[in-house]
Design a protein around this ligand. Structure first.
Ligand SMILES: Nc1ncc(C[C@H](C[SeH])C(=O)O)cc1Cl
Ligand SMILES: [Zn+2]
Ligand SMILES: [Zn+2]
Ligand SMILES: [Zn+2]
Ligand SMILES: [Zn+2]
Length: 264
């Protein structure tokens, strides 16, 4: 797994943002966005004032493709694959849903213990090596990681904890306010409408997700993005929409980052 660290080479440890893409293999617009983000971050540092002040103060960790084996599978075999590609002896089916495999109400709701289900929670918490690696990294760096962003598609949603329960997060009001501000900034470019809210009531109740896990670990600004569209093309978003999607999402990510920066 290739994790990029974007930031100034100062010796000092800086507060950081962690963003992952491609946790679900078929959500191809997601890795496209991380690639776009990396290029923008390095190419506009020094010219774009927001990006410059962000990178002068914070580091940004970007994991462009979380679920590498699943992503390759969608390129070569099965475009609609979602899960990892782990194999369990004795099981006829392959893979677990990495976004049900985190230690956050693991396998209690909105997930399946059937290895053939697309929302299979895995044999145990962090059974998927990709999940274990990301969780280990964030645990090790939790004192500096101030925000966790995980990029999915589709539905045009900006979700935050909780999905594994209906209780509101302690920081609900702030998380909602920031999400709504980010969604409004995103809409200002092409008019794309996003809905913001806690996962459980905004999309569906489900346990084992990375955003809930990061939030409970202490990463306050924890968001799941569901990028374009709302179902017309779904996961098969046309190439013509890649650039506009990346441009509008960039605005939302910069909005959240600016809020994190202001509240360091
Ligand atoms: N904590 C979570 N946050 C967001 C979601 C929605 C994504 C949408 Se593809 C999923 O089903 O894994 C699911 C969970 Cl479990
Ligand atoms: Zn397959
Ligand atoms: Zn997803
Ligand atoms: Zn999705
Ligand atoms: Zn703010």
């Amino acid at each position: 797994m290739h994790l990029l660290k974007i930031g100034r080479r100062t010796g000092s440890t800086k507060p950081a943002i962690f963003m992952d893409c491609g946790i679900h293999a078929r959500e191809w617009i997601s890795p496209a966005f991380c690639q776009w983000f990396i290029n923008k971050a390095v190419s506009t540092y020094g010219t774009d004032s927001q990006m410059t002040s962000l990178l002068d103060t914070m580091d940004i960790f970007v994991l462009p493709v979380f679920n590498i084996d699943g992503y390759e599978h969608t390129w070569k075999i099965d475009r609609m694959w979602r899960k990892t590609r782990s194999r369990r002896n004795g099981s006829p089916c392959v893979g677990a849903d990495p976004n049900r495999n985190f230690d956050a109400g693991w396998c209690t709701l909105g997930a399946s213990s059937n290895p053939c289900s697309d929302t299979y929670c895995g044999a145990s918490v962090e059974s998927e090596i990709e999940v274990r690696n990301v969780a280990d990294f964030i645990r090790k760096n939790k004192s500096v990681i101030k925000a966790y962003l995980t990029i999915h598609s589709y539905s045009q949603l900006l979700l935050f904890p909780y999905s594994y329960k209906y209780d509101l997060a302690a920081d609900h009001n702030e998380l909602l306010q920031v999400a709504e501000g980010a969604a409004e900034t995103l809409r200002s470019l092409y008019g794309t409408r996003y809905t913001s809210g806690p996962g459980a009531t905004t999309i569906y109740p489900a346990a084992g997700g990375s955003d809930d896990w990061a939030y409970d670990l202490g990463v306050k600004y924890s968001y799941t993005f569901e990028l374009r569209d709302t179902g017309r093309y779904g996961f098969l978003l046309p190439e013509s929409q890649i650039q506009p999607t990346c441009e509008e999402t960039m605005l939302a990510v910069k909005y959240i980052a600016a809020h994190v920066l202001k509240n360091l």
